[in-house]
Design a protein around this ligand. Structure first.
Ligand code: AMP
Ligand code: MN
Ligand code: MN
Length: 323
């Protein structure tokens, strides 16, 4: 059911033991939002646990507040009376954390994806918010006093989902909230350092390998590249180490649509889609079983060969560019 902020707040206050869940292949918004809402609920005296149902890239742990987040295994058997899902557009995005829910559906879903399916008993999806962390802040500021730890995980969510304040989703409100968070002690420098400056020699080598696969089409408007399972093995990298790579493809001058294909594990290809100015990549992703935002979306394809995934998605992107 579509819910208002007030309804969500009333429901959250009724919780005794709350589970706060983010999505698989977590990004800074999922991680920051889960940490933030968990901290807020604990400040209210609610026994809250934050959960990310997947591996968390190591560099996020440099932000203090993210360390309260637990895995699904650590929370099994805990028993919750309330489940809140954050930054996920459909239930499949919470992976194995679905097993921890007290009911069949989450009690509350807070999200900002245009592709949100409305899968919560109370569903608050605000696509004009640059980050789910901004919605969490709307709740937090009404309920609890802020400290640096809380302000900083909210800033982590906003900073990462706006590409550090450079996407078209950024408006005066985004800067106003960032200023509020800075007044509470949040620092952008450690966040930028953790998220943007974590490359290692082996991830640089992987990035070079990726750029060797770069293809340009449609007069340079479409750019795509891949990272195969074999390339990951050769570089000794985990799949999460491709974080930020698709942004490097979009950074090419004149590119409108950038696509990165990551084959991991074998038989599965994660597709990251980005656009710059006018192509709605969430439509491409949704048509392929995924979702996302107009300028950043993704999907996962189960295909025997990487090149099958590439052929399908590149064709869809060509069509979208012609529309
Ligand atoms: P990514 O390319 O993985 O960084 O994802 C970009 C955006 O698309 C994020 O907002 C994700 O939440 C969303 N997204 C990625 N993969 C999927 C998927 N398989 N299903 C739904 N949304 C996705
Ligand atoms: Mn996210
Ligand atoms: Mn988000």
């Amino acid at each position: 059911m579509k819910a208002s902020l007030d309804q969500v707040i009333t429901r959250l206050r009724e919780a005794n033991r709350a589970l706060v869940v983010g999505h698989i292949r977590p990004d800074g918004d999922a991680i920051g939002s889960v940490a933030a809402l968990t901290l807020i609920l604990r400040k209210l005296g609610i026994a809250a646990e934050g959960c990310i149902p997947d591996h968390i890239p190591w560099f996020y742990r440099e932000i203090q507040g993210t360390r309260i987040i637990r895995s699904v295994a650590e929370l099994r058997g805990k028993g919750f009376d309330t489940a809140v899902v954050l930054d996920a557009s459909d239930i499949s995005r919470i992976g194995e954390a679905a097993q921890l829910l007290p009911g069949r559906e989450p009690d509350v879903v807070l999200d900002h994806h245009v592709t949100n399916t409305g899968f919560g008993a109370l569903n608050l999806c605000l696509p004009n918010y640059a980050a789910t962390a901004m919605i969490v802040h709307e709740i937090g500021k009404r309920l609890v006093p802020y400290d640096r730890e809380l302000a900083e995980v909210i800033l982590l969510g906003i900073a990462t989902d706006t590409g550090f304040f450079k996407y078209a989703t950024v408006d005066d409100r985004t800067f106003a909230v960032a200023a509020e968070l800075a007044r509470h002690g949040a620092r952008i420098q450690p966040i930028a350092s953790a998220v943007l400056e974590h490359r290692t020699p082996k991830t640089i080598r992987l990035l070079v390998d990726m750029f060797r696969t770069l293809r340009l089409e449609a007069g340079g408007k479409l750019a795509y590249a891949y990272v195969s399972a074999e390339m990951l093995r050769r570089a000794g990298c985990g799949e999460e180490e491709t974080e930020g790579f698709v942004g490097e493809i979009r950074a090419l001058h004149g590119v409108e649509v950038a696509i990165l294909f990551t084959e991991w594990p074998e038989g599965e290809v994660h597709v990251s889609l980005r656009s710059k100015a006018y192509v709605d990549v969430s439509r491409i992703a949704r048509a392929l079983g995924g979702g996302g935002h107009p300028r950043a979306a993704g999907c996962t394809l189960h295909v025997p060969r990487l090149r099958d995934a590439i052929a399908r998605v590149v064709e869809a992107a060509r069509v979208a560019l012609l529309e």
